[in-house]
Write a protein that binds this ligand. Structure first.
Ligand code: BJW
Length: 232
């Protein structure tokens, strides 16, 4: 039995047309990241941040999963509970490709969080118009995503899975953001083999036993085929 933990980042959705975060100009679709992905930025200018997430939520309606998402769904079908798929992405492309039980450690674009009653709701429309919370009626909804300085979701579960993993695979992430960037070291400490699949070497590439460079739409299906063939 091989227990596999896969971590995905923005690079896996890039070929579907979802922009990554760290382009060469250091801006995130024209916004400095600290203006739109920190609680302080939201406090300072909630309308800009809500508009930014409303636009990204709407843009997700126009994109489709790519062969990398489908390959991971196929792997999930074959491995069942032996695969844990953790994503930093807030899009739902893994689910649309057929993956189940995806751990969204940085939250989800299609969810809203009421900071008044602390309940979370499926949300597909806009938040910039300050709608009332369906539970308590307060006008205190924000995107249910994890900003800098906030605690990512399901960290205890992820730590347990990294400690049990035989194989840790990181796909399409720059390794610039913690705690996800530290998962490779956690997994290695407990004896997992580690593999990076990324367009270019990430910031933490040297922590991996092996790093392959190329587009996720090619590398991920190839790796999945190899892994499934080795189990036959
Ligand atoms: C392709 C490709 C293709 C392209 N095929 N590949 C100093 C030192 C260490 C840590 C800190 C520090 N100061 C502060 C911190 C902590 C901070 C942090 O890491 N800051 C860094 C800037 C240093 N982290 C936090 O605050 C986190 N919370 C926290 O630490 O709580 C305390 C804690 C401690 C210990 C345990 C538990 C908790 C919270 C981080 C929240 C990040 N939030 C965001 C926004 C989410 C919502 C949204 O989407 O809007 O998450 S920021 C953004 O970055 C987003 C992403 O998930 C995240 C990572 O980005 P990702 O996915 O790696 O994308 P890119 O663009 O960076 O890279 C894409 C890669 O794909 C590139 O390498 C390309 O080459 C590649 N690629 N096309 C394959 N076709």
């Amino acid at each position: 039995m091989t227990r596999v933990v896969v971590l995905t980042g923005a690079g896996i959705s890039a070929e579907s047309g979802v922009p990554t975060f760290r382009d060469s100009d250091g801006l995130w679709e024209g916004h400095p990241v600290e203006d739109v992905a920190t609680p302080e930025g939201f406090e300072r200018d909630p309308m800009t941040v809500q508009q930014f997430y409303d636009a990204r939520r709407a843009a997700l309606e126009t994109v489709e999963p790519n062969p990398a998402h489908y390959a991971l769904a196929r792997l999930g079908e074959a491995l069942g509970d032996e695969l844990v798929l953790v994503t930093q992405n807030i899009d739902d492309l893994h689910e649309r490709a057929g993956s189940t039980g995806v751990v969204h450690m940085h939250g989800e674009a299609y969810r809203a969080w009421c900071t008044e009653c602390d309940r979370r709701w499926p949300w597909r429309t806009t938040l910039v118009d300050d709608p009332a919370c369906p539970g308590c009626g307060a006008r205190a909804l924000r995107p249910d995503v994890v900003w800098f300085g906030e605690m990512p979701y399901e960290m205890n579960r992820i730590a347990v899975e990294l400690a049990r993993a035989d194989l840790f695979v990181s796909i399409g992430t720059s390794g610039a953001v913690y705690p996800a960037a530290g998962f490779v070291q956690q997994a290695r400490k407990y004896g997992a083999r580690t593999l990076e699949l990324n367009l270019e070497p990430s910031e933490g590439s040297f922590y991996f036993h092996e790093a392959r460079q190329g587009p996720a739409s090619r590398l991920v299906p190839e790796w999945v085929e190899d892994l499934l063939a080795s189990r036959d």
